[in-house]
Design a protein around this ligand. Structure first.
Ligand code: ZN
Length: 226
């Protein structure tokens, strides 16, 4: 499996299928690609905030990729005339040869429309099994039930926000690693704008004290093979 960080919380996971997560590219100062260039089979969206929903609609329209999101968000996506599957916490769906399980996150969710910002249910995390198992935490604080995600799904790779301010900071994310026990951790959701500046090397130091997981620090556009 190849995992490419596209900047912020956006990743392209190429396992049995090509899964794009939280494709915020337009307006993302750290984006490594553009919505016109990304190719994928499946698009997963953790919540409605613009830096996560991002370019999901135009990419889905162009590529024909199936979107996977919580029910309220999938209803919105269907109204945008893209192919979407709506599911909910605890559910596992299979799209092509990939299993996607929706797990909790502690964060808000809304969708911005012209002149309006409306609530979009809740933010979630996702476990994606497509040859290897990847946990994308979405935006969240640390919470004790991350241990259940670790116990049940045994992620090979955890993609964790470390930016603080809107999500976990390095200290909380290091605790998350202890609970999740992945083999590899990739920090994300930092460095995009001043409020979420962080040094990923400091995060790596904290993880080293707390667990055996390997921290892989990517630059936007860089990939990891697992
Ligand atoms: Zn958010």
């Amino acid at each position: 499996m190849k995992i490419t960080w596209l900047g912020h919380a956006a990743f392209l996971i190429e396992g049995r299928d090509r899964v794009l997560i939280d494709p915020f590219l337009t307006g993302n100062p750290k984006a490594s690609t553009t919505p016109e260039k990304v190719e994928c089979d499946i698009i997963c969206v953790t919540h409605g905030h613009g830096d996560h929903l991002g370019d999901a609609v135009p990419i889905a329209r162009r590529t024909g990729a199936v979107c996977a999101a919580i029910v309220e968000m999938s209803t919105y996506l269907e109204r945008c005339e893209v192919n979407a599957v709506g599911f909910n916490l605890g559910g596992t769906i299979r799209i092509r040869d990939t299993n996607i399980t929706m797990v909790p996150a502690f964060h808000s969710s809304s969708i911005g429309a012209p002149g309006l910002e409306f609530s979009a249910a809740m933010a979630v995390g996702l476990v994606i099994e497509s040859g290897k198992t990847v946990y994308h935490a979405g935006d969240t604080c640390v919470f004790g039930d991350m241990k259940l995600v670790g116990d049940m799904y045994k992620p090979d790779v955890a993609l964790l926000p470390i930016g603080g301010f809107y999500t976990m900071d390095p200290r909380q994310a290091a605790m998350a690693v202890k609970l999740l026990r992945p083999k590899i951790v990739v920090p994300m959701h930092y460095g995009t704008w001043p409020p979420i500046e962080q040094d990923p090397k400091e995060f790596a130091k904290l993880v080293k004290k707390a667990s055996d997981a390997e921290v892989v620090i990517l630059q936007p556009g860089q990939s990891l093979e697992v």
